[in-house]
Every structure is written in C-alpha cells, then in structure tokens.
Design a protein. Structure first.
Ligand code: ATP
Ligand code: MP5
Length: 263
C-alpha cells in the first residue's frame, strides 16, 4: 500500500485541513498519516480561533514517522509560523522526503489568517525549493508575486514568477475566477491549462486542501505529475458537485458520494 503524509492544520468541521486530506487519501486508495501544525475551531461559517502547535512537537511528529515508515508523498498545508516552517524544512531535508506538494495556505475562505504575515517569505524561501509542485490560489499567487491576477495571461505570468522563486512546478488555481475554473500549470518549460467545468453557485470549503492532497495521493501511486494534476482536478470536481449543505455557511466537500447510501 502506498503511503501519504499530510502536514497541516486541523479543521474541526472536517471540510478543509488535515481532515480533508485524510479523507482524500482514503478515497484514493492511499494510506494516510498526519502531522498537525495547528488546531482551529472552525465551522462551515467561520474560523473562531487557532492554537499553534509547539514547533518542537511538530518535529517529534515528523521524525517518528520517517524513522518508522516509508512515505511515498507529502502534502503541506497550513504551517502557521516561521518556527514551524523551519522545523518542517529541516525534517523533510534530513529524511530525504520526495513528492512534496506545497499548498501555500494563507487565509481561510471566511477571511481568517492561517499564516502569520511575517512567515510568508519563510514559506517561500524554505518550503518552495523542497516542493515538486506548489499550488497557490489566485489571492496567494497575487501576494507571492505582488501582481494583480484576473485572467489566464496573468495566471501564466504569475506561474513563471513563482517557478523562479524555488524551481518547483506551479499550479495557479482558478477556483476564484469569475468565469470558468481553469487551473494553469507550468513545469519550467511549458504551460498546460486544466479547464474543468465551473460548478455554479457552489461556495465550497476545502477545495484547495482536497486538490493538493489528491495530487499527493496520485504521486504516491506513481502517476507522473501532469497526470496527477488532471486526475486531482477530476476528483475535486466530483467532490464539489456532490458537496453537502450540513451547516449555515459554505457547502462541505463530499469525498464519499460514490459509496452511495450507507446500509
Ligand atoms: N466552483 C468550482 N467549480 C469547479 N471547480 C472548482 C470550483 N471552485 C474551485 N474549483 C477547483 O478546485 C480546485 C481548488 O481551487 P481553489 O481556487 O478553490 O483553491 P483554494 O482557494 O485554495 O481552496 P480553499 O482555500 O477553499 O481550500 C481547483 O482545481 C479549482 O479549479
Ligand atoms: C486547517 C485549515 N486549513 C486550510 C484551510 C483553507 O480552506 P478554506 O480556504 O476553504 O477555508 C482552512 N480553512 N483550515
């Protein structure tokens, strides 16, 4: 069995973060493990609070896994602060981790900061060079590059700029475009456009976490990166289309719709 690790924050309502990642790994037939960087009190409407983990304990969580189990891919989500970023960087280098997918989570859909502002440059400097691929959404790509991004041409320019920051391949996600939901992929030589169909009126929570962990799951299973991206997009589209209205806020991604009714 292939094994994937998520290093991310806990989302108590299970739509995003560690919970979304583990559901994705399970749904895609990969054994999932987790290292928690922060715990959020969160529901479908808002993030109410965050408690960061002690960086030394993040180190303990990562090291005890690598010394015991072969890990085929790693997804990194919410990392919260500089100390945690540095520990993750050191541990992944020391343990020669491969197939690393970095989702540079910065702000929740509901507007709550999930990364301290002074940690943005550390995330770029320490984690981007270790990544096989980084997956910013439009707002994150704007913050990283300092450029406004409203169309595909600007997404391509941002992807090139981000590629040059650390040499990781880049997917600028288009879920927040006003039309379509095309993602732009750049591998350092050429672009690919993953178009997908926009699912209208779906204000879903956890789409980015699900997309990046699905890429990690397909990499763990041995897919080449461009195929992994295409299959991850298909997976997230299905989970959005079948998302659940469980609370008073956004819909929550549904990973198990294909299992049908519970007996
Ligand atoms: N309404 C939609 N219809 C189809 N695909 C979508 C839609 N919204 C997002 N996606 C897809 O979901 C994936 C995640 O993109 P998105 O831009 O939503 O990431 P994100 O903002 O990081 O997500 P989040 O912060 O909510 O976890 C991308 O492949 C994107 O194209
Ligand atoms: C622990 C955690 N990680 C990531 C997100 C981003 O997801 P979204 O932008 O859908 O709120 C989140 N809300 N919580």
């Amino acid at each position: 069995m292939k094994v994937a690790l998520t290093i991310a924050g806990s989302d108590s309502c299970g739509g995003a973060g560690i919970q979304a990642d583990l559901k994705t790994f399970g749904a895609l037939g990969v054994y999932g493990m987790s290292v928690i960087t922060a715990v959020t009190a969160q529901n479908s409407k808002a993030v109410l609070g965050v408690r960061e983990m002690d960086a030394a304990f993040v180190r303990e969580q990562i090291d005890c896994l690598f010394e015991d189990i072969r890990i085929d891919a790693v997804k990194i989500g919410m990392v919260s602060n500089i100390e945690i970023i540095d520990v993750i960087g050191e541990c992944l280098k020391k343990n020669r981790a491969a197939n690393i997918v970095v989702d540079p989570v910065m702000v929740s859909k509901s507007g709550y900061p999930l990364l301290r502002p002074e940690a943005v440059n550390e995330l770029i400097k320490v984690l981007f060079p270790l990544a096989e691929v980084v997956t910013p959404n439009l707002a994150e790509a704007e913050l990283i590059t300092g450029d406004k991004i409203e169309n595909t041409g600007q997404m391509e320019r941002a992807a090139v700029k981000i590629y040059r920051l650390g040499g990781a391949k880049v997917i600028v996600k288009g879920g927040h475009l006003t039309e379509g939901a095309a993602d732009v992929y750049y591998d350092g030589r050429e672009f690919r456009h993953f178009k997908g169909t926009r699912i209208e009126n779906k204000n879903t929570h956890g789409t980015g976490c699900t997309f990046s962990s699905a890429i990690a799951a397909f990499l763990a299973r041995g897919c080449p990166l461009d195929q992994a991206v295409g299959r991850a997009k298909e997976y997230v589209s299905g989970a959005i289309r079948n998302s659940l209205k469980l609370g008073g806020g956004t819909d929550l991604i549904n990973h198990f719709y294909h299992l049908g009714q519970v007996p």
